[in-house]
Design a protein around this ligand. Structure first.
Ligand SMILES: Nc1nc2c(ncn2[C@@H]2O[C@H](COP(=O)(O)OP(=O)(O)OP(=O)(O)O)[C@@H](O)[C@H]2O)c(=O)[nH]1
Length: 459
């Protein structure tokens, strides 16, 4: 067995994934399995900008778990990759030097482990989308192709689109059916197992659910001209004092800072319709320099096929019991009901759920619906094409697997030149041919030898 470790350094936390696969089958599709995932206790590495040494130290527990999971004799040959996503993208926009220091601290810590350290870097939003798409299609077995020696052409499997909602960014990636490509920067060409895929992808920075909430609140403060907000996206009776540092401390919201007040007071009113109207403003649909756009002047081809929606799409829809609801009007009905429940009732009903997550489910659910409907253009007709999922065949749906498959060259561009026959058929045919050959020799011997004997007898 071979092993690989990928660290997903996200905006809200870091996860350490351990994968393994049989060495002799490493180019086969679907053989890589996730054997462990460890969530680092504490926030994402980007929040250690004022204490960079701690960014590296925070990974210790999960790296020790990886050390235990992987057999000792494999440690030296196990590659370790770290990809940082939108939290670090934002930090590097804000202060590139500090972002480098954080990555250096993390690298220093990771080099202390007995693994084969391969590097830490901030991945682009486009990579995050594309690797997410590769991961889920690899796990779903969608890259399987008919082998070239087959006498008939098998139709190739359709791929599934990928929808990823993080804390700071969100990605949409799919293989469009039309060939309109008005925005080359949104397309990636892949050649995998002998087939070419032209994949559309876009990552919206600041549209992950945590930054989107801040973006909305910062706009609300600006529009209201007050730091005392009545907010329809929180349950009635919910009251929160949010620090101005937390609200304006990211490049997504910094420009909205108007007041010197150090706190913003939020009081929930729990009105789904008002919340959705409020959130719609975040999606500019009026300007589009292309034949079609999602929002904010970004090109998007017509949606096609099924989509796997993971990460926060799954966490939120799973809490609301909506992962298998295919009727969009029922989804809205459920959200409306949930948002209108008093905060006291909600807390009593779900005493075991972290208050931070619980208090934001009305906002997050409404945001997901608005993003999918208003932003990407899903309708009640194709809502059923979205599959909210956390795992596929035991592995988490995340960009990490695709990242590792790419960096270890485990997805060949061309089909591996497989022998046209299986070993068993080959042995069978050899036995048959040997038997036929022996029979021919024997018959020949009988034919040419016997008559001569007979002739001798006659003489
Ligand atoms: N409800 C719930 N939310 C979660 C859980 N784990 C993470 N989240 C939230 O889901 C969002 C996405 O989390 P991740 O998938 O880790 O995304 P990320 O790596 O922070 O995202 P980016 O850096 O933006 O790519 C964040 O807002 C997290 O706070 C969970 O177990 N339950």
């Amino acid at each position: 067995m071979k092993y690989g470790i990928v660290l997903d350094a996200g905006s809200s936390h870091t996860s350490v994934y351990v994968y393994n696969w049989p060495a002799e089958k490493e180019n086969d599709t679907g053989v890589v399995q996730q054997v462990e995932v460890c969530k680092v206790d504490g926030p994402g590495i980007s929040s250690y900008s004022k204490d960079v040494e701690k960014a590296g130290l925070s990974l210790q527990d999960c790296m020790n778990t990886a050390k235990q999971v992987i057999p000792k004799k494999e440690h030296r040959d196990t590659p370790v990759y770290l990809g940082a996503t939108a939290g670090m993208r934002l930090l590097s926009l804000d202060n590139n030097k500090i972002a480098d220091k954080v990555l250096l601290s993390v690298e220093k810590s990771l080099r202390l482990y007995p693994f084969d350290f391969q590097g830490c870097r901030i991945i682009t939003g486009q990579e995050e989308g594309a690797y997410g798409w590769i991961s889920i299609n690899y796990m779903l077995g969608n890259f399987k192709q008919s082998s070239s020696w087959m006498p008939f052409q098998q139709t190739s499997t359709e791929t599934s689109g990928a929808l990823d909602l993080g804390g700071a960014s969100t990605q949409i990636t799919f293989e469009p059916t039309d060939s309109i490509n008005e925005s080359p920067e949104n397309f990636m060409l892949f050649r995998l197992y002998g087939k070419t895929y032209n994949v559309y992808t876009h990552s919206f920075l600041c549209y992950g659910k945590d930054q989107a909430l801040r973006l909305r609140l910062a706009n609300d403060v600006k529009n209201a001209g007050s730091t005392n907000l009545q907010n329809p996206c929180f349950n009635p009776g919910y009251v929160k004092n949010m620090s101005a540092v937390d609200l304006y401390g990211s490049p997504c919201t910094a420009k909205y800072k108007l007041f010197s007040s150090s706190f913003i007071l939020i009081t929930g009113t729990g009105d789904y319709h008002q919340c959705q109207q409020n959130l719609q403003d975040m999606f500019n649909k009026t300007e589009c320099p292309y034949s079609r756009c999602s929002f904010n002047r970004i090109f998007q081809p017509e949606l096609s096929g099924n989509f796997g929606a993971f990460s926060a799409f799954y966490f939120v829809m799973n809490f609301l019991n909506l992962t298998s609801e295919k009727d969009l009007s029922k989804v809205k009905e459920t959200l409306k009901e949930f948002c209108s429940e008093s905060w006291q009732q909600v807390k009593e009903k779900f005493p075991d759920i972290k208050e931070k997550y619980l208090s934001e489910y009305c906002f997050s659910g409404t945001y997901i619906l608005t993003l999918l409907e208003m932003g990407y253009g899903f309708t009640s007709e194709n809502w059923g094409n979205i599959n909210f999922l956390r795992k596929i065949k035991g592995s988490d749906a995340a960009w990490t697997l695709g990242y590792m498959l790419n960096l270890t060259n485990m997805i060949p561009a061309e089909l591996p030149s497989s022998p046209p026959l299986s070993h068993a058929s080959y042995v069978g045919l050899m036995v048959l041919f040997s038997f036929l050959l022996a029979s021919v020799v024997f018959i020949g011997w009988l034919y040419f030898w016997k008559p001569r004997c007979l002739q001798k007898g006659i003489i």
